[in-house]
Design a protein around this ligand. Structure first.
Ligand code: ADP
Ligand code: MG
Length: 341
């Protein structure tokens, strides 16, 4: 993406964990834990877009919701830069959270499920304004109309209900709602996954334009590496609750360092049939986060796994400046990228 961005972390996530208890039986005994997020750390710089990618079930949504304290984390720190203060969202009181909420918003995967069908567009997009003190109806209407125009919808859509819109239009309503209070941080949770392929690119372009225009910082979640390529400055790849690779965007596609990233890259369908590419199949299922494999969580599916991988948990190591990999054998592997994805 364009000009260099100033390196100020807006958000610092330190060893974030979210373990859901598994409760069984008459006495509500805790019989185990789903370790959906299990020690995730990263910085998010002001104005950047960090892509967060991994197969379904790898913990991406839980990371997004925990960062915004829509879910209470099990442990860890989430430091949000608010003016001159650094506030730990993970442990903030409800009063402090109330002050922070307007600055941190989420765009949801499913524009059908996330919009109340009984509310008009005016009420849906105007609700966060009302809650935050824009009580004058005329003023609210004006602000909602401006927001609708900004996301490419007609201002007279105000009185309509969500069912009157297409999927792409509903996602735009969701985006307008998320942006109503001028947030700094926006977690986009697979915002185009539920849309028809024909409108996905438009929605992505809109999100990218809005980011530049409004100086937004994005955590952009997707299950497919092709979606985040053009919008992201850096990409984090997640597998069963952990980041396995974190890198500036081009380096990740050109020179992946973790076998899971290589497999995800190779799994992306390529439109050009003449292009020969080695398809590494990602065999088997995503590991069960309530019963993760020993050692490296990816070893049962890894084409390069050795004995050590079954026993020793690899650390996330910085191999090249800004390029981290959680694999014992990163230095010896020659992994194949997909530079033109
Ligand atoms: N409220 C919950 N209670 C128990 N397990 C959950 C809950 N939410 C998510 N999980 C589990 O946590 C894991 C990660 O889920 P999620 O964060 O939704 O992954 P992703 O967004 O990458 O698909 C999955 O195994 C999922 O079943
Ligand atoms: Mg998800």
């Amino acid at each position: 993406m364009g000009e260099a961005k100033v390196k100020v972390p807006l958000l610092e996530v330190h060893d974030l964990k979210k373990h859901f208890p598994i409760i069984k039986g008459f006495f509500n005994q805790v019989v185990g834990h789903v370790k959906a997020v299990d020690g995730v750390s990263f910085d998010l710089y002001e104005g950047e877009c960090l892509g967060l990618v991994g197969e379904s079930g790898s913990g991406k949504t839980t990371v997004g919701r925990t960062i915004l304290r829509a879910l209470a984390p099990t442990s860890g720190k989430v430091l949000f830069q608010h003016g001159d203060e650094s506030v730990d969202v993970a442990s903030a009181s409800h009063d402090v959270l109330k002050k922070l909420r307007p600055h941190m918003q989420m765009i949801f995967q499913d524009p059908y499920a996330s919009l109340n069908p009984r509310m008009t567009v005016l009420d849906l997009v105007g609700e966060p304004l009302l809650v935050n003190g824009v009580t004058d109806r005329k003023e609210r209407e004006k602000r909602v109309q401006d927001l609708l125009v900004r996301v490419g919808l007609k201002p007279h859509f105000l009185r309509r209900y969500p069912h009157a819109f297409s999927g792409g239009q509903r996602q735009r309503i969701g985006i307008a709602r998320a942006l109503a209070l001028h947030p700094k941080l926006v977690v986009c949770d697979e915002p185009v996954s539920a849309l028809d392929v024909s409108v996905q690119a438009q929605a992505l372009n809109l999100l990218q334009e809005l980011q530049e225009e409004l100086g937004l910082t994005y955590l952009f979640v997707a299950h497919d590496l092709s979606v985040v390529r053009h919008i992201s400055d850096r990409v984090a790849v997640m597998y069963v609750g952990k980041i396995v690779e974190l890198s500036p965007v081009d380096a990740l596609y050109e020179k992946p360092m973790h076998p899971y990233t290589e497999a995800l890259l190779s799994a992306v369908p390529v439109p050009d049939p003449k292009r020969k590419k080695k398809r590494l199949l990602l065999s088997g299922e995503v590991a069960d986060p309530s019963n993760a494999p020993s050692g490296c969580g990816f070893h049962p599916r890894c084409a390069y796994a050795q004995e050590r991988c079954k026993q020793e948990v690899p650390e996330l190591r910085e191999i090249e400046p800004g390029h981290f990999s959680r694999c014992h054998f990163t230095e010896t592997l020659q992994l194949e990228g997909q530079a033109d994805l």
